[in-house]
Design a protein around this ligand. Structure first.
Ligand SMILES: C[S@@+](CC[C@H](N)C(=O)[O-])C[C@H]1O[C@@H](n2cnc3c(N)ncnc32)[C@H](O)[C@@H]1O
Length: 458
């Protein structure tokens, strides 16, 4: 798709690095830097304090982009800060008016990160005076750039360049530009379970013990004639052990990277009776059309119901289930920062400061959520049973940090350069210990089909 990718953001936001990464992936695109237009104007006339104030610069920037697009490139990559709203509107409006498709990307970063990056810039060794004044000029514009992030027009792709790597930023931009787009699954929210998170999730999240599988198998009388569907399967924590108890399982998840990791884990474990499906909770009727009414022994939802429409899911599952089968809603332990221990409280305090937000969601593990799930199952006509499996596990510093990262979503992961500092903070939190004990409470809420539900089936 012909498109102009305009990369906006303050000095030090990473515009040039992103432009380079995009160019590496789109070698036929032209990288057009409107700064050169300013420098060209300054050759012919007395330089002012900012070439963006020159109406000729703004006119020429639009005209040059249109000419480049017409004669030289399908895709233009334009790394250029446009912090003043009026200038941005004039230039992007001019391009749109000429019929160009513009993807406006704004790279956001904390003021401290921008300042650090500007200070670290290597200038012209021969001219330290000029470097210093360029640096001061850029530093004086940091606050305006941070404030501008909140004023960007609808349709702007706002990305945190202090949390995403250049490769991840490029993924997001290309997806939004329609180049190798990430699948937009109807009904799925973007929770950030992709990229590096898939590996972190696979590596650091607890699986489910045989006792959990015994409980589910017992409640629904599962045998190796049964089919199972695991909705929100992630990297296969519940899908894979379930596959050993039944004939076959369908693992459903909206995130391609999670499914790919799950598929690899199945291959490594020699599990051959799982089908992986890119989809969401509301796709159960499609699975019903495929497998038929009364065909499934259990629909499992492991640590994922809090992102789903429970009522619709429970209603859609009913016709799919065989007599005596049902739904198992499984939660896999309280989040690491919500335990009733000193280290967990300190961890929460650190995370809230670092992420600059309150984090209190129990992700479905809290009593209130469990009560709601139970009531929703009963209201949908299921007979509700519950079971629990409790155990303690020792976590190393690496496991604790990895567990936290796995829950952040790709947009909030710290860049690799900041990770040693994060690990050091967590090390101080647990010191003088090297290990902490996590108490894991696995709760299983099972909704079993009642026989009067079955008689109403068409
Ligand atoms: C925390 S992981 C749980 C993975 C695994 N089931 C477990 O027990 O560890 C939640 C998963 O739910 C998926 N998910 C989020 N919204 C969903 C939806 N509406 N339908 C199906 N899956 C969804 C996410 O992509 C993610 O892989």
């Amino acid at each position: 798709m012909p498109v102009i990718i305009w990369i906006n953001g303050g000095f030090g936001a990473g515009k040039t690095t992103l432009a380079e990464e995009l160019h590496r992936r789109l070698p036929d695109a032209v990288v057009y830097n409107p700064e050169d237009v300013g420098l060209m104007l300054w050759k012919w006339m007395r330089p002012n304090d900012d070439f963006q104030h020159l109406p000729s610069w703004r006119e020429l920037v639009v005209a040059t982009a249109l000419s480049l697009r017409r004669h030289h490139a399908e895709t233009l990559i334009v790394p250029m800060s446009l912090i003043r709203d009026a200038y941005r509107a004039e230039i992007l409006g001019g391009l749109a008016h000429a019929g160009e498709e513009v993807l406006h990307v704004f790279l956001e970063a904390d003021a401290g990160v921008l300042q650090e990056r500007v200070n670290a810039r290597v200038g012209i060794p021969a001219n330290p005076g000029a470097n210093q004044s360029a640096r001061e000029w850029a530093l004086s514009r940091v606050d305006a750039a941070v404030a501008a992030a909140t004023r960007q027009p609808t349709g702007t792709l706002l990305l945190r360049s202090d949390r995403l790597t250049p490769a991840e930023l490029a993924d997001e931009v290309l997806a939004a530009a329609g180049h190798g787009a990430r699948p937009q699954i109807r009904g799925a929210s973007d929770l950030g379970f992709r990229g590096e998170i898939a590996d972190l999730y696979h590596r650091y999240r607890h699986g489910y013990s045989p006792a959990v599988l015994d409980a589910i198998t017992g409640i629904f009388g599962l045998t190796n004639d049964d089919l199972a569907v695991d909705v929100g399967c992630g990297t296969g924590q519940l899908t894979l052990p379930m596959a050993a108890r039944v004939r076959a399982v369908i693992g459903v998840d909206p995130e391609r990277d999670m499914l790919q990791r799950a598929r690899d884990a199945a291959r490594d474990a020699g599990v051959a009776n799982v089908t992986w499906m890119l989809g969401v909770d509301i796709d159960l009727p499609t699975i019903r059309a495929l497998l038929g009414d009364g065909s499934v022994g259990v629909v499992t939802v492991g640590q994922a119901l809090h992102w789903m429409d429970q009522r619709t899911l429970f209603a859609n599952a009913a016709p799919l289930l065989r007599p005596g089968g049902g739904i198992a809603v499984v939660t896999n332990g309280t989040p690491l920062w919500l335990h009733d221990t000193d280290w967990s409280r300190a961890l929460r305090q650190f995370l809230e400061q670092w992420l600059n937000t309150e984090i209190k969601s129990g992700c479905g593990t809290d009593d209130e959520s469990q009560r709601r799930y139970r009531e929703a199952l009963a209201a949908a006509g299921y007979e509700v049973h519950s079971a629990a499996v409790d155990y303690d596990v020792e976590l190393t510093l690496d496991e604790l940090v990895g567990g936290v990262y796995s829950a952040l979503g790709v947009g909030r992961l710290p860049p690799p350069s900041e990770r040693p500092a994060v690990a050091e903070q967590v090390r101080r939190i647990i010191a003088p210990r090297n290990l902490v004990t996590e108490h894991v409470h696995v709760a299983i809420l099972a909704g079993r089909m009642r026989s009067d539900q079955l008689s109403g089936r068409s």
